[in-house]
Design a protein around this ligand. Structure first.
Ligand SMILES: [Fe+2]
Length: 232
C-alpha cells in the first residue's frame, strides 16, 4: 500500500505484527512488534547504538536494526511471582564471548524485578556492572551485607541519562518501572565470576546461591516456555 503524505511516499508494509514505514531516502522502520508484548522502535535502537559506541565500540557494526528487531535476539525474562505477565523485562545479550572481560546486555523493562511476593528477596550479580538508563527510569532497593548486618538503601531512583553502578557486593531489586515497556537500559558488565549470583534474605542476612534457590527451580521452565529458541 502506497500513500502520499507531506510530499513523501510512505510505503506501509504490514508483515505479521510488523509495521514498517519507508520514505524517499530509503528504509525507515518506525515501530516493530517483535512479539505482541515487546514493541521496539527506532529511537530505542539509536540510543542503544549510541551507548554501544562508547562502551563497546567494536560491537556497533554488528548491532544492526535487523538484529535488534529479530525475535531470537531477545529473551523474555519471566516473573515467577506473576507468571501471567509475558515478561518483566526483555533482554538482548549483545556481547558475551571469550575472553569474557566484558558482557553487554540491553534491557527493555515491563515491570518490577521482585522474586518473593510481598517480601524483599534482593539478588546479586556475578560481576560489577554499570547500568546506563537510556529511556524511562526505575526505582531500586539496594542492600549491602556488612559484618553480618544488612544495610538497606530503599527507593533509589534511576532516570534516563543516569548511570547505576552496581558492585559485586550489592544486592538489589527493581521495585518499580517508571515507564513500562519504554524503559531501556544497557548493562556494561566487567569480568564475571562463575555462579556468583545469589539471594539475600534482608531479615536474616542469610545468603543463598542462585543454583541452590527454589526461585531458580521455578524460573527455568518458565524461561524455556517463553523462549522456544533457547531450547537447544
Ligand atoms: Fe539485578
Amino acid at each position: 500500500m502506497v500513500r502520499s503524505v507531506a510530499g513523501l511516499n510512505i510505503l506501509v508494509a504490514i508483515i505479521y505484527n510488523r509495521h514498517i514505514c519507508r520514505n524517499n531516502e530509503g528504509v525507515r522502520v518506525i515501530r516493530v512488534a517483535v512479539t505482541p508484548d515487546l514493541v521496539l522502535d527506532d529511537e530505542m535502537y539509536e540510543l542503544a547504538r549510541y551507548a554501544l559506541s562508547w562502551c563497546a565500540p567494536e560491537q556497533v557494526e554488528g548491532f544492526t536494526w535487523e538484529r535488534f528487531v529479530t525475535r531470537e535476539s531477545w529473551t523474555l525474562v519471566p516473573d515467577v511471582e506473576n507468571p501471567d505477565i509475558p515478561f518483566f523485562k526483555a533482554e538482548f545479550v549483545i556481547k558475551l564471548a571469550a575472553p569474557w572481560q566484558q558482557t553487554v546486555k540491553l534491557n527493555v523493562w515491563h515491570s518490577a524485578d521482585v522474586r518473593r511476593d510481598g517480601a524483599p528477596l534482593p539478588h546479586s550479580h556475578p560481576w560489577n556492572f554499570r547500568g546506563y538508563v537510556l529511556l524511562g527510569g526505575y526505582e531500586e532497593d539496594r542492600y549491602e551485607l556488612s559484618g553480618g548486618q544488612v544495610e538497606a538503601q530503599p527507593g533509589q531512583v534511576h532516570l534516563a541519562g543516569m548511570v547505576n553502578n552496581v558492585p559485586l557486593t550489592t544486592f538489589h531489586e527493581v521495585r518499580r518501572v517508571l515507564v513500562p515497556d519504554r524503559t531501556l537500559s544497557l548493562m556494561d558488565c566487567d569480568l564475571g565470576i562463575k555462579n556468583a549470583w545469589g539471594y539475600l534474605d534482608p531479615d536474616t542476612g542469610v545468603y543463598t546461591p542462585c543454583i541452590k534457590s527454589e526461585v531458580d527451580a521455578r524460573f527455568k521452565p518458565l524461561m524455556l516456555a517463553r523462549n522456544p529458541h533457547l531450547r537447544k
